[in-house]
Design a protein around this ligand. Structure first.
Ligand code: BV8
Length: 249
């Protein structure tokens, strides 16, 4: 089954961990939701960070290191090519924080759950900043916020990612909403790739897109919980399916 794209098509793509699986980045489901026997919901939460910031920094430092060692796969490259052909009629919203879409050449990317390579203060509202360093036990210890120190208070730095129970950046979500509104004036296609459709609000985007009249497509190695919300389902690994999926006219 091929996805026809013409001059009037607006394409909104949602990706999840499955898109990076063929680059060697384990998905949350493959890890059975665990990391070193810790439930990810325990590590990727503000409570987990407050309870053991060293453990959480070890988790994210390990993922920072891993993400820098791997490369984009043909699935990432196919989505970058689609943006190259469609320009402003294409937007990629990703749940992934590994930066592989940008390394594949995608520029119009909304990182709805933040980035592995940005750090911010857990206490003050200084903006997030680029950070490739590893932190935590055995890697320089727990990073402190200089702005807080200068103001005579304790401020721990944390990964600038969205944890479970945390709000998403409304600016980023408004960007997705605005794209849907523009897409609705043309032929709107919503494509979800490599996501289990479990985590909200990402898992709800397909229903929002349908409300804007989108034709909805799912590419995944197996049916997902929200598979019923999609008009089309193409089963297979994204690295093989995506390079063959689009029929350009
Ligand atoms: C929010 C960043 C408002 C960090 C992530 C109770 C209390 C509090 C909140 C909730 C609650 N109940 C529900 C919620 C809402 C909660 C939620 O949805 N929980 C779930 C578990 C039920 N959501 C939130 O908390 C969100 N915020 O709602 O704010 C609020 C605030 C307070 C209280 C209430 C509401 C924030 C969620 C963001 C969490 N951060 N990531 C980090 O990465 O460390 S989530 C993380 O897991 C990912 O980013 C992703 O979004 C999510 C799931 O991962 P997927 O990408 O889908 O990957 P997964 O492994 O699951 O699936 C991969 C798929 O690919 C599989 O289907 C597999 O078959 C397929 N696949 C594998 N290989 C391939 C493939 N497909 C194709 N090709 C392949 N080769």
């Amino acid at each position: 089954m091929r996805l026809a794209v013409d001059g009037d098509t607006h394409l909104l793509v949602l990706t999840g961990a499955g898109v990076s699986a063929e680059s060697g980045v384990p998905t949350f489901r493959d890890a059975k939701g665990l990391w070193e026997q810790h439930p990810i919901e325990q590590v990727a939460t503000p409570q987990g960070f407050a309870a053991d910031p060293g453990l959480v920094w070890r988790f994210y430092s390990q993922r920072r290191r891993r993400a820098r060692e791997v490369s984009p796969n043909p699935g990432h490259l196919a989505l970058a090519e689609a943006e190259g052909r469609m320009g402003e009629r294409c937007l990629l919203v990703t749940q992934n924080i590994d930066g592989l879409h940008q390394r594949a050449g995608s520029r119009r990317v909304v990182e709805m759950h933040g980035s592995l390579f940005e750090t911010r203060c857990a206490r003050c509202d200084r903006p997030a900043f680029p950070d490739l360093e590893e932190h935590g036990p055995g890697a320089g210890g727990l990073p402190q916020c200089e702005a807080c120190a200068a103001a005579g208070r304790e401020g721990l730095l944390r990964p600038a990612v969205v944890w479970f129970g945390e709000m998403l950046d409304p600016t980023r979500m408004r960007q997705v909403e605005a794209f849907m509104g523009r897409a609705a004036t043309g032929r709107f296609v919503f494509l979800a790739v490599g996501t289990s459709g479990v985590v909200y609000p990402a898992a709800g985007l397909v229903l929002e897109a349908r409300a804007y009249g989108a034709d909805t497509w799912l590419v995944n190695v197996e049916p997902t919980e929200n598979r019923g919300a999609f008009h089309h389902f193409v089963q297979g690994p994204s690295g093989r399916v995506l390079p063959e999926l689009f029929e350009w006219s």
